[in-house]
Design a protein around this ligand. Structure first.
Ligand SMILES: Nc1ncnc2c1ncn2[C@@H]1O[C@H](COP(=O)(O)OP(=O)(O)OP(=O)(O)O)[C@@H](O)[C@H]1O
Ligand SMILES: [Mg+2]
Length: 284
């Protein structure tokens, strides 16, 4: 059943796996990564991602943008160790990725909360799998739920919460495993504009306070500029990196304020041009 497969995928992402050590320079590094999938018909292969090299520094927040189907999720899945590259290598925390790792947390557009577990129990899922005792788990989920503005909802079930609140709970669950690296695949795309901005603010503050490294996929160009130190732009499939833009703006920990800077518009316009937004050949 798809639901269980998804949950198992998430649970397995928390399981430790062997990985080969390498010097620690970057938190996440894709080195000449290509990923092909079998084409729908015949023996042909389809190239989703083509020769991508990206290095994200420790403590950096980077965004990945590009047209639909260009290979963004494929790339992130390789960072999480859920897909292996056909060619090239991926490193997280200086270790070659050979499977899901404790150092990486993966957050998706769908919150994937378990409907039969309370919000606190959902937040504790990853640390429960790791064998953290109940009292310690509860203390940790309480702190995280307070930080994610969900104090008082510990005993609620997911269906009793709004979409934004569920996504906050998913964020608390992601943070509970204390990952060094957060890989987020359109985590806020299902939310309304205001809720999204509040959650972006919370996320940005947490990332800055805890000096976490994050790679965020988004179709929201303002979100990419408001949250990131750097934005990587991908081409249409086969996806390659066509541009890397340094966001030289203050207040990465305060995207609500950063959004008000007039310089934001220049970055967004540049990204629109790169993605050919509004042009006939635009696919995204
Ligand atoms: N497991 C898979 N098996 C076969 N093909 C796949 C698989 N995963 C992705 N693909 C293909 O790889 C290409 C890139 O898909 P991917 O999901 O990475 O795109 P994306 O950039 O994340 O798109 P979107 O913005 O719509 O989420 C698509 O053509 C997709 O059909
Ligand atoms: Mg995707």
């Amino acid at each position: 059943m798809l639901w269980f497969n998804k949950i198992e995928d998430h649970a397995s992402a928390l399981a430790p796996l062997a990985s080969a050590a390498r010097s620690v320079e970057c938190a996440v590094e894709f080195r000449h990564v290509t990923r092909r999938f079998p084409a729908r018909h015949g023996n042909a292969q389809m190239t989703a991602v083509q020769d991508v090299s990206v290095a994200i520094r420790k403590g950096e927040v980077a965004s990945l943008i590009g047209p639909s189907g260009c290979g963004k999720s494929t790339l992130l899945n390789m960072g999480a160790g859920l897909y292996m590259p056909t060619e090239g290598e991926v490193f997280v925390g200086g270790r070659r990725v050979t499977g899901p790792s404790h150092d990486v947390a993966f957050m998706l557009q769908k919150d994937l909360l378990m409907p039969w577990r309370t919000i606190a129990e959902n937040v504790e899922l990853g640390i429960q799998i790791r064998g953290v005792p109940r009292g310690e788990r509860r203390a940790k989920s309480a702190i995280l739920l307070e930080r994610c503005h969900l104090k008082g909802f510990e005993s609620h079930y997911p269906h009793q919460l709004s979409g934004g609140m569920r996504q906050r709970a998913a964020l608390a669950r992601t943070l509970a495993v204390e990952p060094d690296v957060l890989l987020m695949d359109e985590p806020f795309s299902a939310l309304d504009a205001q809720t999204k901005m509040v959650l972006q603010q919370d996320l940005a503050q947490m990332l800055a306070t805890e000096a976490k490294t994050a790679l965020l996929i988004t179709h929201d160009l303002a979100e990419a500029v408001a949250l990131s130190d750097r934005v990587f732009v991908m081409s249409e499939r086969p996806g390659t990196i066509i541009e890397e833009i340094l966001i030289d703006l203050p207040m990465r920990d305060n995207p609500l304020e950063r959004r008000k800077l007039s310089a934001m518009n220049g970055y967004i316009a540049r990204l629109m041009d790169l993605l050919k937004v509004g042009r006939e050949d635009h696919l995204g």
